[in-house]
Design a protein around this ligand. Structure first.
Ligand code: IMP
Ligand code: MG
Length: 182
């Protein structure tokens, strides 16, 4: 454990066991269908890699690079970094994100998908769901873990782009917040 972590919430083995269960459920729900996975980057890259290798269905993956968060507070703005988004017309879309917090990110992506693309179906899968009041009314269909309102890092989640490579999920302490503040 690096010294900037106040406590570990989920060890890697715990995360992977939970992914086994989630993958089984998703595989059952989409049996006989072809999935289009849209992963919200960068936060979901490790979650995506570990989850998708557990889903033995025909699928396509597209990464959407968006950002809404600076430091430990959401800005309320979503930036789409791509100009060209995948064509999802008639496809069964599964949105993957690392964490559902204010709901702004998933809400704006859902809105964009629903308006422009005409997907056959659209579901949301997140590794973590924070127990907070959402700014936008949105929920996830698949949830790894419900967590309290604390700022977490690791397993893809960052604080100012740091700590994504920690294999576990932990709560950042004041020292870490100060070290990489900007
Ligand atoms: P939203 O507030 O639901 O729009 O969440 C937006 C994004 O903020 C997520 O995809 C994460 O990248 C980031 N985020 C929210 N809470 C945390 C956290 O506790 N740690 C690290 N990133 C977070
Ligand atoms: Mg982030």
């Amino acid at each position: 454990m690096v010294s900037d972590i106040a406590k570990v919430l989920y060890q890697e083995s715990t995360i992977l066991s939970r992914l086994d269960e989630m993958a089984r459920q998703i595989t059952g729900d989409y049996k006989g269908k072809e999935l289009t996975v849209i992963a919200i980057l960068n936060g979901s890259f490790i979650f995506m890699a570990d989850l998708l290798r557990r889903i033995p269905l025909p699928l396509q993956v597209d990464g959407w690079s968006v950002s809404s968060y600076h430091g430990t507070n959401t800005t309320g703005r979503i930036n789409f970094r791509q100009t060209q988004l995948a064509d999802v017309k008639g496809r069964h879309v599964l949105l993957l994100d690392d964490i559902l917090d204010s709901g702004l990110t998933i809400h704006s992506i859902k809105e964009r998908l629903e308006k422009e693309a005409g997907a056959a179906s659209l579901r949301v899968c997140v590794l973590l769901r924070k127990n907070v009041e959402r700014v936008r009314h949105v929920d996830a269909d698949y949830v790894g873990f419900d967590i309290p309102n604390e700022f977490v890092v690791g397993y893809g989640l960052d604080y100012n782009e740091r700590y994504r490579n920690l294999p576990y999920i932990g709560v950042l302490n004041e020292e870490g917040i100060r070290r990489y503040a900007r």
